[in-house]
Design a protein around this ligand. Structure first.
Ligand code: BGC
Length: 348
């Protein structure tokens, strides 16, 4: 014992020392490992947060850029007021023989390829103005001269389309308007369409070129007829229908060649759908008709009464869904989109 006891003492103490070292290492290892875990949890939660942030931003960016409409590209604009502060009421119209296209272009610098939208507010409606045309350049110039500033004062997002009938077959106003509707929708999802004669110039900018819940007839009176509605069901000259209203009636008939009847046909279609034509007050729905002789190639359609009798039976298959044509060119001019089209000729 006397010999073993100091050695045993040392061994015993050494055992405790080793145990102590071992315990300390285990503790140190646990501490290190748990530290890493906490760190990695922190890192992964930070990464998730960063990713979430990134996704939200990307989503926002997508939502600002993906859709082609103007609402998304300019999210900060507020809606234009219900009544534009720019309206002037009754206007002094001028028809100067010296007027040139360049003058009208110079007066309308904010119009780009026939299209305009207010810079300081979001327009309440997007409106396509469709003008059927052939050989009436001077009338078109007068109309553009008055119409562009008129529409801008109404704070509309709009574009003007002129649909030119190619060739010298009898004129077909209604079919050209069907073409205009179909072609304009290729550019933008216009919610409202104005079907506009080239020789009618609006006299009062309170006559709003916007669509209503019902089809709207904008020409209550014109200078040539003492500013009186021509007859109760008159629906010619300038009319406004939403994209859906026009689709619901299957558009205009395609078979009215020459002057007259196609507007009465559209009224019958509207009435068959139990829609009701509305009109602005007579004192604002006034137009000046630019004087002209009847064009050659647009003689009175002698068949129009016979055709009108058939409308209730044929409207479903004669209209937008049967409008065949060949687009010859689409020119994006400063003040309007010029669509030239071959619409064929009357069937004998
Ligand atoms: C014709 C219409 C025309 C109206 C007014 C009617 O007899 O059928 O097409 O708009 O007269 O001139």
């Amino acid at each position: 014992m006397g010999f073993c006891s100091p050695v045993c003492k040392i061994l015993r103490r050494g055992k405790y020392f080793v145990l102590l070292i071992l315990s300390l290492s285990v503790l140190a290892w646990i501490a290190t490992f748990s530290g890493e875990t906490v760190k990695s949890v922190l890192v992964s939660s930070a990464t998730t947060q960063a990713l979430v942030k990134e996704v939200t931003l990307r989503d926002k960016l997508n939502s600002w850029t993906a859709a082609p409409d103007r609402v998304n590209t300019q999210p900060l604009k507020t809606e234009c007021p219900e009544k534009s502060p720019l309206l002037q009421g009754a206007l002094n119209l001028s028809f100067e023989s010296s007027l040139k296209l360049k003058d009208v272009e110079g007066d309308n610098k904010d119009v780009n390829e026939g299209e305009y939208e207010p810079s300081d507010c979001m327009a309440r409606q997007s409106v396509a103005i469709l003008i059927p045309h052939r050989n009436r350049e001077r009338h078109l110039l007068y109309l553009l001269h008055h119409l562009h500033p008129f529409l801008q004062r109404q704070q509309l997002h709009y574009a003007v389309y002129v649909i030119q009938q190619a060739g010298d077959a009898t004129f077909n106003r209604a079919k050209l308007l069907n073409v205009g509707y179909l072609e304009a929708l290729k550019d933008y999802s216009w919610e409202c369409f104005i079907f506009h004669d080239v020789d009618l110039v609006p006299e009062n900018d309170h006559n709003l070129y916007m669509c209503d819940k019902q089809p709207k007839h904008l020409v209550v009176g014109r200078n040539a007829t003492g500013y009186k509605l021509r007859y109760k069901g008159y629906f010619g000259g300038v009319t406004a229908m939403t994209k859906e209203q026009f689709l619901q009636v299957n558009g205009f008939s395609n078979i009215y060649w020459g002057w007259g009847g196609e507007d009465d046909d559209l009224r019958i279609r509207v009435e068959l759908q139990k829609m009701k034509i509305v009109r602005p007050p007579a004192q604002v729905a006034r137009y000046t008709m630019v004087f002209h002789k009847r064009d050659s190639g647009n003689e009175i359609n002698k068949d129009r009464m016979k055709l009108l009798g058939r409308t209730p039976h044929v409207w479903r298959k004669d209209g937008l869904n049967s409008c065949s044509y060949k687009t010859l060119s689409v020119e994006r001019l400063p003040l309007y989109v010029n669509v030239t089209v071959d619409i064929g000729k009357p069937q004998s």
